[in-house]
Design a binder for this molecule. Structure first.
Ligand code: 6GU
Length: 241
């Protein structure tokens, strides 16, 4: 069956890119199906009110729980993971993307303003897993762009969505390290040479060079990733370098 993604938002137009390029192809090929829903569909007043002032005072507005309760009852199949994008969430990782890609689908609840009344996530946890996640240490105006990021990370791991399985297996982060540099023709460009080993035809030598570049780049750019590797991830020689 197709992987199912539903998004509830007050800006449904923002999710238009979900139907384009890689994801659009996956939809056409029956690997993915997508529903985008306007939260206001589940309001019950003439003004279609979705927000209210925070209890306890403070700036901004909070999304009211009642429309969310009705929306999630309508669009979330029982047991389906609910993903709530929020800068106050746990960090979204490649590991999460890989786990989520094995599930039947995902429902995203997009907040704006100061977020969604916390009781929505608390109540929703009674019907299946709920993940409050952040895509990085910066603040976005709303969760919609984070949904685009996460759906792309997850759907490219669904079998058949990306043509070349190797390009997924050897990705940055797949083994906990950053990917090293890539080169194509010409061998010399504006005085810059492609590293000679890549032209040598020595496949074992190329694999060793790539591994070394991957480690060098990770140490320079993301030392936190190196520290987080399991004990047996590096050889003694690699640890010494
Ligand atoms: Cl998931 N949402 C919002 N609004 N801001 C963020 C974020 C998510 N991740 C980082 N900043």
């Amino acid at each position: 069956d197709a992987f199912r993604i539903d998004v509830v938002t007050i800006f449904p137009e923002y999710l238009a890119p979900l139907r384009q390029s890689l994801l659009g192809k996956a939809i056409e090929r029956g690997l993915l199906s997508v529903g985008v829903h306007d939260l206001r569909e589940w309001t019950d007043d003439v003004h279609r009110t979705v927000d209210d002032a925070p209890y306890g005072g403070g700036p901004g507005m909070v999304l009211k729980p009642e429309p969310w309760g009705r929306a999630l009852e309508a669009v979330r199949p029982p047991g389906t993971r609910l993903v709530v994008p929020t800068p106050a969430g746990r960090p979204f990782t490649q590991r999460m993307a890989a786990e989520w890609a094995t599930e039947p689908g995902l429902v995203f609840a997009c907040g704006r303003y100061e977020g969604i009344d916390q009781r929505v996530a608390d109540w929703a946890a009674g019907a299946g897993p709920v993940s409050e996640v952040s895509i990085g240490d910066y603040v976005l105006a709303g969760g919609e762009s984070a949904v685009l990021v996460m759906t792309e990370a997850v759907t490219r791991l669904i079998p058949g969505v990306v043509g070349n399985r190797e390009s997924v297996e050897f990705d940055s982060h797949a083994d906990g390290l950053l990917e090293g540099p890539s080169y194509t023709r010409p061998a010399t460009w504006r005085g810059h040479e492609v590293p000679a080993v890549l032209l040598s035809g020595d496949h074992a030598g190329i694999a060793r060079w790539r591994r070394a570049e991957s480690l060098r780049r990770t140490a320079a750019r993301r030392p936190d990733l190196l520290s987080a590797l399991p004990g047996d991830a590096l050889t003694d020689a690699e640890r010494a370098a």
